[in-house]
Design a protein. Structure first.
Length: 402
């Protein structure tokens, strides 16, 4: 199947437009990383505490941030998640807690609860954020059913039923204590009014990543990217010629810089899944570049008398249909993942959407023209340029025109 039939596009003639395009996005990304948003590292890398909060109504990000500031929790990151689910009203609050013990989890949870509770009732607990033990202890003290010796076990079961109904049936937030009449004895529900009130939110989960773990993950992520680039350079130097390897590494660095710059410009956090996506796009871009390089190597043998720029143009045009079909199908897949994959995969899929577009563009507009630029540089210095030709490891040298 062919998307184009015998295209004859002068890609090298448009190299200055390509260079301008790449410079604009690269420089914008670098400026953002240096002066504006920096590199927005996720909690995986910098350490911190993630507090997942569900609200009874649509949350107001500015009001939440103001409440956090009043409670002394400054520079928190607030992010909506599960927005595709109607009525989810869920928010992720990133608190800069740098400890890793159990008390840090409880402290962060209490800080967020105290900050968000706008109208607490003195002497009463918040039922939307109460644990099974808290409810059980209250019922044991109140003893609304007059159970006597069997009270501990029975009230433990009732407390568990209350919390399960709140979390599993009502999604974590009760709008009225009377809603519990569908789960437990109405006498128990009536007694709860004496010891509990209802806020308009509930802390659903708390996660923490320590600074040492975050620093270690940063180091491992950088090494993973560097090792992949080094491995690519070695492979192309052996399979083709060192200049091909250099061209491919420059191209992939270009793709990675623009992708990370896009995250900085849009202030999207870079997590472990984003690093996985960057490594994926490195492999994808490299694969597409090798296809073009392989066709250039074949045409060098068949078109000995032609200029290298003409050979490169012909090679790009010959592989253009394959490039568009492959990249187009892959792009539609990752675009669907970005649109419908949910918040967990949002950063991963965003990196792939940007990476597929830039990787396909750079294979045509960056990698191959570097070979021509290298020959022009050699010619200007009065040195002959020899590029490898042939198939299956034949290393026949073909002299090409400048």
């Amino acid at each position: 199947m062919e998307f184009f039939r015998n295209p004859n596009i002068d890609f090298l003639g448009k190299k200055w437009y390509f260079l301008a395009f790449s410079l604009v996005f690269s420089v914008a990304g670098v400026l953002s990383m240096i002066f504006w948003h920096g590199i927005p590292l996720g909690v995986d890398f910098r350490g911190g505490t993630l507090v997942y909060v569900k609200f009874a109504e649509t949350p107001n990000d500015n009001a939440i941030r103001a409440a956090m500031d009043r409670a002394g929790l400054h520079n928190v990151k607030i992010q909506r998640y599960n927005e595709n689910v109607a009525g989810s009203n869920e928010v992720l609050i990133d608190v800069s807690e740098q400890e890793t013990n159990e008390s840090a989890l409880d402290r962060s949870k209490l800080q967020v609860i105290n900050a968000l509770e706008s109208n607490p009732v003195a002497g009463k607990e918040d039922l939307n954020n109460a644990s099974v033990l808290t409810v059980k202890n209250f019922l044991l003290q109140k003893d609304p059913l007059h159970l006597g010796t069997d009270a501990d076990q029975r009230y433990g079961q009732i407390a568990q039923a209350i919390v399960d109904y709140r979390d599993k049936t009502k999604g974590g937030v009760l709008n009225s204590i009377d809603e519990l009449k569908a789960a437990v004895d109405p006498t128990v529900v009536a007694s709860l009014n004496d010891g509990f009130f209802l806020s308009n939110f509930a802390v659903r989960n708390v996660e923490i990543v320590g600074p040492q773990v975050g620093h270690q993950l940063q180091t491992q992520a950088k090494l993973a990217v560097l090792y992949s680039l080094a491995g690519m350079l070695v492979y192309l130097a052996v399979r083709f010629e060192w200049i091909y390897g250099v061209a491919a590494v420059i191209t992939v660095f270009h793709d990675t810089l623009i992708t990370v710059g896009a995250f900085s410009l849009m202030d999207k956090e870079i997590s472990l899944t984003v690093i996985a996506a960057i490594l994926t796009l490195i492999g994808y871009s490299n694969n597409d570049t090798i296809v073009v390089f392989d066709r250039i190597r074949e045409n060098l043998k068949l078109m000995r008398r032609d200029k290298l720029s003409d050979i490169v143009n012909r090679s790009i045009n010959q592989t253009l249909s394959r490039t568009i079909l492959t990249a187009g199908l892959t792009f539609l897949t990752v675009l669907a993942l970005y649109l419908f994959g949910g918040e967990v995969l949002h950063g991963f899929s965003f990196a792939l959407v940007i990476g597929i577009l830039i990787g396909t563009y750079s294979s045509i507009a960056i990698a191959a023209p570097i070979l021509v630029a290298y020959q022009d540089w050699r010619s200007d210095r009065g040195k002959p340029v020899m590029l490898p030709a042939g198939k299956e490891g034949r290393r026949e040298k073909v002299k090409v025109k400048a």
